[in-house]
Design a protein around this ligand. Structure first.
Ligand code: GUN
Length: 286
């Protein structure tokens, strides 16, 4: 039977380390890191994600302010808010909760965030930095996945890594990070033929396609490490579930994460760490 990698436990340990670092840094810099979150509309999922970020930020001593706007906010008003936060020296990180309403161009808003304050790592400058191996801010979920692997000393070099999903937020950057750690990486997606033949080759399998319980036991080999990035609702039970059918995959896995309690807490943890990095960088620049 496999070992369950707990994102909840790893995040708790890392958050405690971060909390102590922030106590020390406050003595030196005379203020704590500050994160500004922009939330538009009343999507239940987005509100709940933002609440989770607020709670975690307070735990580690990060000052977090959420600007919650009605759906009716114009693109121009949102742009003006970002510009003002970019200029505010007391703000270290800016996060725009996605998705935004249809009348607002998401790319235009993300592009406007100062790359130095883009703690999500979504700005084209930070995306390019990852691909060119320049210093920049790494996206939180892929960073959290690598931290989960490292926490169990799971070696990546020379391994066959299969990433199922090709989003700009998770699949693509994670594939690049695994490649940079010398894995042999295959990216699969909805048009991939013979998907099962490919996933069965994986030493490390990352499920990030957004389909409930899509990866089943007959799609993996024995001894595989499985990281489940999905957050879905099971249609039958209405419970939270991942992209992996845990019950059928678990007997084959050497290591596996669960949903909830796996990647989710690590995404938030890495957001807080990115905010702290952006805060330190702000003092280094000034
Ligand atoms: N919506 C869903 N996931 C994310 C995320 O990681 N960052 C932001 N900003 N919005 C999201």
């Amino acid at each position: 039977m496999g070992i369950i990698i707990s994102g909840t436990k790893l995040a708790a340990t890392r958050k405690e380390t971060l909390r102590q670092a922030i106590v020390e840094a406050k003595l030196k810099y005379d203020r704590v890191p500050r994160l500004a979150v922009i939330l538009v509309g009343n999507d239940v999922g987005s509100i709940s994600y933002v609440k989770g970020k607020e709670k975690a930020a307070l735990e580690v001593g990060i000052n977090i302010t959420t600007y919650h706007y009605d759906d009716s906010i114009t693109e121009k008003e949102l742009e003006d808010k970002i510009i003002s936060l970019n200029h505010d020296n007391t703000v270290d990180g800016i996060l725009v909760q996605l998705p935004l309403p249809k009348h607002i161009k998401q790319d235009k808003i993300i592009d406007l965030i100062s790359p130095n304050k883009d703690v999500d790592g979504f700005h084209p400058y930070n995306v390019a930095s990852l691909y060119l191996k320049h210093e920049g801010i790494l996206p939180c979920t892929p960073k959290g996945v690598i931290a989960l692997l490292d926490s169990k000393n799971i070696s990546i070099e020379g391994k066959r890594a299969v990433v199922v999903g090709r989003s700009n937020i998770v699949g693509m950057p994670l594939a690049k990070m695994l490649l940079d750690r010398n894995a042999t990486v295959t990216i699969c997606h909805s048009k991939t033929k013979d998907l099962k033949e490919i996933t069965k080759e994986a030493d490390i399998l990352i499920a990030c396609l957004g389909k409930a319980k899509f990866i089943t036991g007959n799609m993996v080999k024995d001894g595989v490490t499985v990281i489940d990035v999905g957050i879905n609702r099971d249609k039958e039970t209405n419970k939270l579930c991942g992209d992996v059918d845990f019950d059928s995959v678990y007997p084959h896995a050497a290591y596996i994460t669960k949903v909830p309690g796996g990647v989710g807490p690590m995404t938030i943890c890495c957001l807080l760490e990115n905010t702290y990095i952006a805060y330190l960088n702000q003092f280094k620049r000034n």
